[in-house]
Design a protein around this ligand. Structure first.
Ligand SMILES: CC(C)(COP(=O)(O)OP(=O)(O)OC[C@H]1O[C@@H](n2cnc3c(N)ncnc32)[C@H](O)[C@@H]1OP(=O)(O)O)[C@@H](O)C(=O)NCCC(=O)NCCS
Length: 164
């Protein structure tokens, strides 16, 4: 089977979908990531990103990785959700919502109450149904780094001169 397991593994059967807490192979992650149009980081960086994740929730149909959500966290107060991806042919079937609900339950069980993410254009409703709200104008989110939008839709951001 094209996946590795670790001690945080639990499985929820949503016929015929399996939600699994385990780090996928870097190749499976790259294949899924490549379906998004986001710039694909190099393999070593993606391997390190998987290894450094607080938790990785995956959905499989058989042996194929069809969806992923990565969680970055201090394990106590804050979490950041990254790489919410469902394979194009499996979208609009509730898989993304199911995976996100598992992730939010996982965080709530650990008392991690402050959860942030970037919302791609057009996905506001998806996240709003899960309870996410835009930051208020009095305390907006801010970001330092490259525009992470799909290639071809990016806006030039001012450089901070500290790019790795
Ligand atoms: C965003 C993403 C993860 C959503 O995954 P998904 O599995 O399609 O999500 P869901 O099926 O739970 O919900 C998506 C939509 O399908 C609808 N839907 C869910 N089940 C459905 C069904 N059986 N029939 C028809 N529509 C359905 C939902 O109501 C939702 O509607 P919306 O477009 O108004 O939000 C997916 O589109 C994706 O991978 N996009 C590319 C990467 C990306 O942009 N990620 C988000 C970064 S912020």
């Amino acid at each position: 089977m094209d996946r590795q397991h670790h001690d945080r593994e639990t499985t929820t059967a949503i016929e015929p979908l399996d939600i699994v807490w385990s780090t996928p192979t870097v190749q499976a992650f790259r294949d899924l990531f490549a379906t998004t149009g986001w710039e694909l980081p190099d393999e070593a960086r993606m391997r390190a990103a998987l290894a450094g994740s607080f938790a990785v929730a995956c959905a499989y149909v058989g042996a194929q990785l069809v969806a992923i959500v990565r969680v970055i966290s201090d394990g106590a107060m804050y979490a950041w959700i990254n790489d919410v991806i469902v394979r194009p042919e499996y979208r609009r079937r509730g898989i993304g919502s199911a995976l996100m609900q598992e992730v939010l339950r996982f965080l709530a069980m650990r008392g991690i109450g402050a959860v942030g993410l970037f919302c791609a254009q057009g996905q506001e409703g998806f996240y709003a149904r899960l309870g996410f709200r835009p930051r208020p104008a009095t305390a907006p989110g801010m970001f330092l780094g490259p525009d992470l939008s799909p290639v071809g839709t990016r806006q030039e951001l001012p450089s901070h001169g500290l790019a790795p």
